[in-house]
Ligand binder design. Structure first.
Ligand SMILES: N[C@H](CCC[C@H](N)C(=O)O)C(=O)O
Length: 281
């Protein structure tokens, strides 16, 4: 491959959801779809679930741009917000930073044990905001997979945390094959004009859930931060949990609070720096 350009990056993860993070504060970073795919490829590239660029912002400390592994640019990423928040707090010495995204303005601050809390803002719950193709009650939408009289999956909650999510409720955590098979089907269902991230919740108790997520444009990941927020909101709206829960994901544990007074969702979880490297184009 001809190499015209190199670019340093930081490889980070949040509860196992991993990112190649590029500093674009001074020099713009505008990869093509093919370049994003090449970087995200785990066999031939650096390998990641999402590619992240930290860009300048007029109204916040930075703007965070997100590409899925399939090359599509998307609105936001909860686990990456913690990672980018940590990088900005380390580099500025601030204890709280504002990060703008295509999915809305967020705030990150330090929490106990080196963790980071992000104020993800209010969930968007109207069917037009998910968005859905037709009007439905987002507490439980009319969608089912499997035999009509005995569906395998049905009536998920729908929530936007800046990006679209559906959340199915199950009496056990599904295995990889189930998540991949049903997740990839539902991701592209015509009910979701912009595609959808697909969560599978197994409620262990009213403040503890197990979550697996098939991510739009990235597949089965070890964690999905916006997915954990959407799972808690969907669960609380159905009375499956209260407004606070520990969410066990494949790669770790996130704590989600849906604050009653502000209506904002707060997500707390880990941040890890894996290594530094240089991208070549
Ligand atoms: N696949 C997602 C973006 C990444 C979200 C996830 N990694 C998170 O931590 O929130 C989407 O297409 O909306």
């Amino acid at each position: 491959m001809r190499t015209d350009m190199t670019r340093p990056f930081l490889k980070m993860n949040g509860a196992g959801n991993d990112f190649v993070v590029v500093n674009a504060l001074e020099t713009p970073f505008q990869p093509t779809v093919d370049q994003v795919r090449a970087i995200a490829d785990r066999q031939t590239g650096e390998g990641c679930d999402q590619l992240i660029a930290i860009e300048p912002s007029e109204q916040a400390d930075a703007f965070m741009r997100v590409w899925n592994a399939d090359g599509g640019m998307v609105e936001t990423c909860g686990n990456a917000l913690r990672c980018v928040g940590w990088v900005l707090m380390e580099s500025t010495g601030k204890t709280e930073v504002r990060i703008d995204t295509l999915g809305g303005l967020t705030t990150a601050r330090r929490a106990a044990d080196g963790q980071v809390t992000v104020d993800m803002g209010a969930p968007r719950l109207d069917w037009t905001q998910i968005p859905l193709e037709e009007e439905m009650d987002t507490r439980g939408i009319e969608l089912q997979i499997g035999p009509i009289d005995d569906p395998v999956l049905h009536t998920p909650g729908a929530v936007s945390m800046g990006n679209p999510h559906v959340v199915f409720f199950m009496d056990h955590a599904p295995n990889d094959g189930f998540v991949r098979g049903s997740g990839s089907l539902i991701e592209h269902h015509p009910l979701f004009p912009e595609g959808v991230n697909v969560g599978f919740v197994h409620a262990i108790s009213p403040d503890h859930i197990r979550l697996r997520v098939w991510e739009r444009g990235a597949g089965l990941t070890k964690a999905c931060g916006t997915g954990a927020c959407a799972a808690l909101v969907a669960s609380a709206r159905r009375g499956v949990t209260g407004r606070h829960a520990t969410v066990d994901v494949d790669g770790g544990r996130l704590v989600i609070d849906w604050d009653e007074a502000s209506d904002h969702v707060f997500m707390t979880g880990p941040v890890e720096v894996e290594r530094t490297g240089v991208l070549s184009f």
